[in-house]
Design a binder for this molecule. Structure first.
Ligand SMILES: NC(=O)c1ccc[n+]([C@@H]2O[C@H](COP(=O)([O-])OP(=O)(O)OC[C@H]3O[C@@H](n4cnc5c(N)ncnc54)[C@H](O)[C@@H]3O)[C@@H](O)[C@H]2O)c1
Length: 392
């Protein structure tokens, strides 16, 4: 390693991997993870997540990037520590499980006396402030991450905005590092307090969930009354205040972030009156009921689920809406089969996973697909999808 700025990135999922590659163009980056196979991959210049830009950068760019399982090695001499570990929603406590973030912050505070610790993981509003108070420090700040899975690095090379929860010199220096790694010019950069920055992340995702829910409920109405949802949506979206895009009906919003972030924001309201945030959370469940009921009333023998992933191009199916529909249909005793090339087991929650597309389409009486694919062109008469615009 050289005398460049040393950055430790903790967690090598979508967020950690994307930021590591971005920052390793101009700084010495060490990735710390608890998963040995991920550490090995990074050392061997392989990506831990499916992402074309990350793979291309690892193959072609000169990067100062290494990885370790050893936290002492990772934190020693670091100027910045970026936290990108998971914060899953815990239904038993009704809030995010922040234990990985909390333990990383404690370790970093203990093993490094100077570094600025930047939390990129999504956390409850007010969490950074309580960490600052617990550790009696202003060295821990929050900076929201807005990347999308599948284009994680691209979204950091061309960020919609950079937001840093600090006006201190080190916070400004961190924003400069993100700008330096990016390719977009004139990036809108905002310095606000960490609590407001945490709120930005949760409100941005809840707004997106609200938009998805709105067009899904429009579609539920169209379905019930045999109306052309496409015509209605096109007409509605021609108003510039509403705008086109992000209006394609689906089986519900899903993926790792929107379901958990909306629930966390709702939990944050506690004693503050609200109706809309609860409605956004409930609407997603109602939408899955509507889709499942459409299928159940047809009384099929076997229902085929084409892909478990949330979106075309995704490599994982964390909290995908189609799984919620599947659960509801299975609860009625209807047989379910699954086609998911990225899943290598024989069974998915007790349902058969069929490797051959031909076999899958021939045994399925109805085929559900959250998003249309050319794979299904021959079996259009069996297909049930609400994908109107053929986009994510
Ligand atoms: N995935 C997204 O699109 C996205 C977008 C914005 C924000 N976020 C937020 O960023 C955070 C990370 O998301 P992700 O999708 O990158 O997660 P991920 O699950 O893909 O990856 C998390 C990584 O952290 C590692 N890890 C877990 N515990 C650890 C520990 N104690 N020490 C070191 N490493 C540890 C895991 O092994 C894994 O490699 C979450 O809070 C998420 O809400 C995610």
């Amino acid at each position: 390693m050289t005398n460049k700025t040393k950055i430790t990135v903790v967690g090598s999922g979508y967020v950690g991997m994307s930021l590591s590659v971005l920052l390793a163009q101009h700084n010495d980056v060490v990735v710390l993870d608890v998963d040995a196979s991920r550490v090995e991959k990074i050392i061997n210049r392989q990506s831990t997540v499916a992402d074309a830009e990350i793979e291309a950068f690892l193959a072609d760019k000169e990067l100062s990037l290494t990885a370790t399982l050893d936290k002492r090695v990772a934190y020693s001499g670091a100027d910045f520590v970026v936290v990108a570990t998971p914060t899953d929603y815990d239904p038993s406590t009704n809030r995010f499980d922040t234990s990985t973030v909390d333990s990383v912050v404690s370790d970093a505070m203990e093993l490094n006396t100077d570094a600025l610790v930047i939390i990129k993981s999504t956390i409850p509003v007010g969490h950074t402030k309580s960490l600052q108070e617990n550790h009696k420090t202003n060295r821990v700040i929050f900076s929201p991450e807005f990347l999308r899975e599948g284009q994680a690095l691209k979204d950091n090379l061309y960020p919609s905005r950079i937001i840093v929860g600090s006006q201190l010199t080190a916070g400004i220096a961190f924003a400069d590092l993100l700008v330096e790694g990016a390719e977009k010019k004139d990036i809108e950069t905002l310095f606000i307090r960490s609590t407001e920055a945490e709120a930005v992340k949760l409100y941005a995702n809840t707004y997106l969930a609200m938009r998805v829910s709105f067009f899904n409920e429009l579609d539920s109405y169209a379905l019930a009354h045999e109306l052309d949802a496409k015509g209605i949506i096109n007409g509605v979206c021609l108003d510039e205040r509403i705008g086109k895009g992000y209006n394609n009906p689906s089986f519900g919003y899903g993926g790792y972030c929107l379901p958990k972030d909306t629930k966390q924001l709702l939990a944050n309201y506690e004693n503050v009156p609200q109706a809309l945030i609860q409605a956004i959370v409930s609407s997603n469940s109602t939408r899955k009921d509507v889709i499942a009921d459409e299928i159940i009333k047809k009384n099929p023998e076997v229902v085929g689920f084409y892909r478990l992933v949330m979106k075309e191009g995704s490599d994982n199916f964390r909290s995908s809406a189609i799984q919620g529909v599947m659960k509801r249909i299975k609860a009625k005793g209807i047989k379910v089969v699954v086609y998911e090339p990225s899943f290598n087991e024989a069974l998915f929650y007790g349902s058969k996973v069929i490797k051959s597309l031909d076999e899958f389409t021939s045994v399925s009486e109805i085929i559900l697909a959250n998003r249309y694919s050319e794979d299904l062109i021959e079996v259009k008469e069996k297909l049930f999808s609400r994908d109107i615009f053929g986009e994510n």
